[in-house]
Design a protein around this ligand. Structure first.
Ligand code: XMP
Length: 514
């Protein structure tokens, strides 16, 4: 396995992903938590030093522990990682007036194990650069293997020690052969076999769950989303009857979703499932509120209360299972007034474990979202669950903005939403789109249907592409598709007489309308 030492780059997680995609397990640890003891215990087959926002030329900028270079394992430095490696091994880093941000080209001057079968001497290759500083003098034992206009030492190597360092970012997709360079490093240089698969992970995870839980009882909140579905099925496979799932039905789910959850997990997987229909309570908790934050708080609080009530009824649970993912737990390095470590944590049912004296079981802590989907497939979950679009906890309650919510409006929205999603599926677009949904607008407009005047709701359709939900672009449907959906919604949804399409990207918009 590979250890990635994080110096705070925005794209450190991508290094871990690329390494795992090549079948090698990897973990990210922030530079200031990597002790000699951790290095010994983790016993990495190779180490990668990430990029980062600091400058090696600053007085107190971060360094890799000296032991990294003394363990006899291959080391790859990327961007800041290259610079600190050079500085620590006797080279020099300078602040350059030729900065490079974005696409750049490197000339390959020499063969190097990183380039085997990928780049040839004499060619010019596209890479992604993002640096102000650059190496000015090589550390002893290194030679230059690639250069760019702004970085005479774009790639350097000490083949004897198996130390490599690059100024560009091989982990981002804008370095087209970057993933292969990383694979050369982990497979050819470090000798990893590439046999880390989801099937192997599943077996490890089952073992770990059985060890942690023993013969204790586990409660798991199930929403029907990808993460909680995978947690539930994995735990069930590990501990069977010791697991009880609680599905708090807010009444804000999409059409048919509650029934699907119950039939999939109770009937199909034979999981003990408590289905609490709390739709009246949730509608009551929001009342006439239209402020999105007020609605969110009311829903969040009631969710915890109802969950706790059901968990108490199940009784005697020692553990609470949660679908926390790797991006939620990686300790991220931040540089606000000097190096510090902040941890973002997930609070699906915040505070409950302490209140009820339960321990957490978080079997997805080491996985990225797409790996969770792979694990779901490995566990036999159907695509309709595994590939499901993200859905916010407060559900349809934040898709009826600017107006009091009631059952009638929820039903109208549900119908419009299901027609829209059905058409998207029929057009084969569901998996290309990150998220698509309808929004019921707080405005009634005049229309004419048959010979009669109508005065009904307008609805907006939203569809976005995204890789992580942090930024998004609206999906460019063709107009025939939009016409077909609009026609069907107006004809089949009593209560809607006008349809619009939202062409806002994020930023400046958010994905949800709230
Ligand atoms: P925004 O609207 O902020 O949403 O652009 C980004 C992504 O997050 C989802 N979202 C939520 N997911 N609980 C969730 O689990 C929530 O409360 C929540 N609110 C927004 C949203 O659907 C989009 O995918």
């Amino acid at each position: 396995r590979i250890l990635i030492i994080d110096f705070g780059s925005q794209v450190t997680q991508l290094i871990a992903r690329r390494v795992r995609e090549s079948g090698v397990y990897s973990e990210i640890h922030p530079f200031n938590s990597v002790t000699d003891q951790l290095l010994e215990e983790y016993a990495p087959k190779a180490i990668i030093l990430s990029g980062g926002p600091a400058s090696v030329t600053w007085e107190e900028s971060p360094r890799a522990p000296a032991k990294v270079f003394e363990m006899g394992v291959p080391v790859l430095g990327i961007c800041y990682g290259q610079q600190t490696m050079m500085e620590q091994l006797g080279g020099k880093v300078e602040t350059s007036d030729h900065r490079e941000f974005g696409r750049a080209y490197v000339e390959i001057n020499k063969n190097c194990a990183l380039f085997d079968g990928v780049w040839e001497v004499g060619t010019s290759e596209q890479v992604w650069m993002s640096h102000g500083d650059r190496v000015g003098k090589l550390a002893p034992g290194f030679e230059v293997v690639a250069t760019s206009e702004g970085a005479p030492y774009a790639a350097v190597a000490n083949e004897e020690k198996k130390f490599y360092a690059v100024q560009f970012h091989p982990e981002v997709v804008h370095t087209p052969h970057g993933a292969q360079l990383l694979k050369n490093f982990t497979h050819n240089v470090a000798g990893c076999s590439g046999d880390w698969t989801m099937a192997a992970f599943k077996e490890q995870a089952l073992d770990a769950i059985r060890k942690q839980v023993g013969d204790g009882k586990v409660i798991c909140g199930l929403s029907g989303g990808v993460d909680s579905s995978v947690v539930a099925v994995l735990l069930h496979e590990a501990i069977g009857e010791q697991l009880t799932c609680v599905f708090v039905d807010t009444g804000f789910m999409r059409a048919g979703e509650s029934e699907q959850v119950v039939s999939m997990f109770r009937d199909n997987y034979n999981i003990q499932l408590v289905h609490r229909d709390a739709s009246d309570d949730f509608l009551g908790a929001i009342g006439d509120s239209i402020d999105p934050e007020v609605k969110r708080k009311a829903i969040g609080k009631l969710f915890i209360d109802v969950f706790e009530e059901e968990a108490k009824k199940v009784g005697g649970a020692d553990f609470l299972a949660q679908g926390t993912l790797y991006p939620d737990v990686i300790e991220s390095v931040s540089f606000t007034g000097g190096p510090s470590v902040t941890i973002k944590s997930h609070h699906n049912v915040g505070g409950l474990p302490e209140r009820m004296n339960m321990q957490l079981v978080e079997p997805l802590r080491e996985l990225f979202k797409d790996e969770v989907r792979d694990l779901g497939r490995e566990l036999g979950l159907p695509d309709s669950f595994v590939d499901r679009h993200p859905f916010p906890g407060p559900g349809l309650a934040i898709r009826i903005p600017g107006q009091p919510i009631n059952r009638e409006k929820l039903d109208i929205l549900r119908k419009a939403d299901s027609i829209y999603l059905e058409e998207i599926r029929n057009a084969g677009l569901y998996n290309t789109i990150w998220q698509a949904f309808a929004v019921l607008l707080p405005v009634k407009t005049v229309g004419v249907m048959g010979d009669a005047r109508t005065h009904d709701y307008a609805c907006a359709l939203r569809a976005v592409t995204s890789t992580d939900g942090m930024t998004a672009d609206y999906y460019h449907f063709d107009h025939d598709f939009l016409s077909r959906v609009a026609n069907r919604i107006i004809n089949e949804c009593r209560g809607i007489n006008r349809v619009t399409y939202d062409i806002t990207s994020k930023p400046p918009g958010t994905i949800e309308w709230e």
